[in-house]
Design a binder for this molecule. Structure first.
Ligand code: AMP
Ligand code: ZN
Length: 113
């Protein structure tokens, strides 16, 4: 828990969110400002600021977050057509919230990078 972290507050239910998946270590909720028909954020409950702050202890967690992305995609009906999983890292990567999160995007053809 980091005191002034928005996503820690969402984890602690101090700020409401539309949760689509939750387990002991992972939370997924709808992005408040979707850029695709399906736009879900997948976060660890543990406060990890960026993808570069992942340690050896987090490897299983990060792996499970990817498995959860597939499950959510299936539940959201975008599994067959496919989707994009994005991490924005630091300023040039466009990261605004410094609590690790993957954007799960789909529901339309997103084209190539
Ligand atoms: P990033 O730019 O990768 O740090 O992405 C942060 C994302 O968090 C953006 O897509 C925002 O729309 C989203 N966001 C910000 N506040 C909230 C909130 N209260 N509930 C859900 N999503 C949020
Ligand atoms: Zn946090």
């Amino acid at each position: 828990m980091s005191e002034d972290c928005l996503f820690c507050k969402i984890v602690n239910k101090e700020i409401p969110s539309t949760i689509v998946y939750e387990d002991e270590d992972i939370l997924a909720f709808k992005d408040i400002n979707p850029v695709a028909p399906v736009h879900i954020l997948i976060i660890p409950k543990k406060h990890i600021p960026t993808i570069t702050d992942i340690t050896d202890d987090d490897f299983e967690l990060i792996g499970r977050m990817h498995a959860v992305a597939g499950k959510i995609a299936r539940d959201a009906g975008i599994f067959e057509d496919g989707f994009r999983l994005v991490n924005n890292c630091r300023s040039h990567g466009g990261q605004v919230i410094y609590h690790l999160h993957f954007h799960l995007l789909g529901g339309k053809n997103l084209g190539g990078i």
